[in-house]
Design a binder for this molecule. Sequence first.
Ligand code: TPP
Ligand code: MG
Length: 381
Amino acid sequence: MTTPLEPFDARVGVQFIDPDGAWHDNDVNAPYRELVDALSLDELQQLYRDMAVQRRLDAEATALQRTGQLALWVPSAGQEGVQVGAGRATRPQDWVVPSYREHVVGTIRGVDFVRILNMLRGNSHGGWDWQTTHFHLYTLVIGTQSLHGTGYAQGVALDGLVGTGDVTRDTAVLTFFGDGATSEGDVSESFVFAESLQVPEVFLCQNNQWAISVPVSVQAKTSLATRAAGFGLRSTLIDGNDVLAGYAVTRAQLDEARAGHGPGFIEAVTFRAGPHTTSDDPTKYRTREIEQAWALRDPITRYATWLRTARDVSDAFFAKVDEAAADEAARVRQAVRELPEPEPASMFAHVYSEPHPLVEAEAAWLADYEAGFADPQEGAR
Ligand SMILES: Cc1ncc(C[n+]2csc(CCOP(=O)(O)OP(=O)(O)O)c2C)c(N)n1
Ligand SMILES: [Mg+2]
């Protein structure tokens, strides 16, 4: 049972707010300071609201899975800092290519959380409108979305949507994956293509310390940010549990990509506080001591402390957020229970855009099989 326990080293990575909620200025975060200073109090509070509501929804979704309403839940508790920061750093025209854990990025982009749970209930292979939200569908095949993101970013560049100087037009692709995914060939290939073609893409690696039961210390002997720099990517290490570092660095990296300065990489050091999924039992491979050490670095508590002490945010604000989170959880609970059952044949729709003989044969087999359960008396009544 091994995993790094060292505190985040703010001498090499970007961190504004430390685990105690204290603010830091130094040479490493100085280039991003202006972006943080530009945030209004409303925007700062929105970052908190996003994180706190998602934490509540995470608990709700776990309960829904445990009561048989979902087939599976993929928790994101502990990772809200970088996810919210990065989601809020995108511009409307940008495209997000997620893996399967970036639920709050989806809701920030306008996806109803219920649509995500509809998929995890087993009702759909996807089920949200990625074209209007610019939040692509989840992929469970580790690392493959990295290549999709690079191809998409190449298309964006071919469409002339890079480096025009128009902030409402210039577009970047933000691609998410985990620490474990960096060991996949697809991710290395996407780095090579992105760098050689200079596509407008930012790779955001959430190093949550684990690839299911395998600690990152097994996958890499240098930091992942160092490895990415070896591919020539503009690479930045950040404290992924500091929402302001997540926001400012992603914003700066996306700005560079949109301006036509090629791809970038962010390693966000964070921690998956819960299990890999509801099918996993982390007590089998990590100690309570590790979980407690990381709980002290939680992204939400440190940010709340900073908002209270540095921005005089009052108890009333936090109480209102708790209320809003409980209301949203209640809405989601009811909506999930009321989701209509899909037609079995719908699983064959959208596999290919054109009719496909193999899919047609499988659909016909299922129809025949289902017909075998028909009540022979039914026609006679
Ligand atoms: C190609 C492939 N290999 C193996 C798996 C099984 N698998 C599912 S999640 C996972 C670990 C991924 O870890 P990481 O990339 O760190 O992302 P995290 O789940 O920690 O967010 C593995 C190996 C898979 N889904 N796809
Ligand atoms: Mg991981």
